[in-house]
Design a protein around this ligand. Sequence first.
Ligand SMILES: CC(C)(COP(=O)(O)OP(=O)(O)OC[C@H]1O[C@@H](n2cnc3c(N)ncnc32)[C@H](O)[C@@H]1OP(=O)(O)O)[C@@H](O)C(=O)NCCC(=O)NCCS
Length: 133
Amino acid sequence: MQIEQRLTFPPACTDPIFSLPQLQNFLAQAHHVLLCAQGGGHLLGRATAGATADILTLFVPPEARRQGRAAALLQAFLAHAKAQGATGLALEVRADNAAAIALYTKLGLVAQHRRVGYYGAHQDALVLAVNFP
Ligand SMILES: CC(C)(COP(=O)(O)OP(=O)(O)OC[C@H]1O[C@@H](n2cnc3c(N)ncnc32)[C@H](O)[C@@H]1OP(=O)(O)O)[C@@H](O)C(=O)NCCC(=O)NCCS
């Protein structure tokens, strides 16, 4: 799976959380990185030396799923974050998002705690994290 770092979002890019202008605004800020998988799928994250990296959004279009795109994007971001000197990666995921939790767990993140009502009255978040050696 080919992953490339890009400086702009492709015009056709869709994301379930952020609009294209919002994504582009994030990307213009320091320490943010956009990784794209060839044929669809993107990850926007930030990584700074001496701090915990995080992921703002990770999305693979439904027709392109279960082909290893998200795993490749996440591996590329972990490598990027380590190279930047980040101390680890931590993120929140909806507690009912079984696909994302399986993905993150497979790549070494461990559930730390649950944030009750983080996404609304009946939507808890799980905090998952990994520390870099
Ligand atoms: C979660 C998401 C990014 C996974 O993308 P993907 O490209 O299909 O994932 P991959 O093919 O790289 O899967 C890697 C591993 O993750 C796990 N996984 C992925 N999707 C899964 C699913 N639907 N059910 C169970 N496990 C799943 C599996 O362990 C999988 O390995 P396997 O295929 O060898 O079993 C994708 O479903 C998506 O974009 N969902 C909507 C947005 C979202 O939830 N983003 C994460 C927010 S924190």
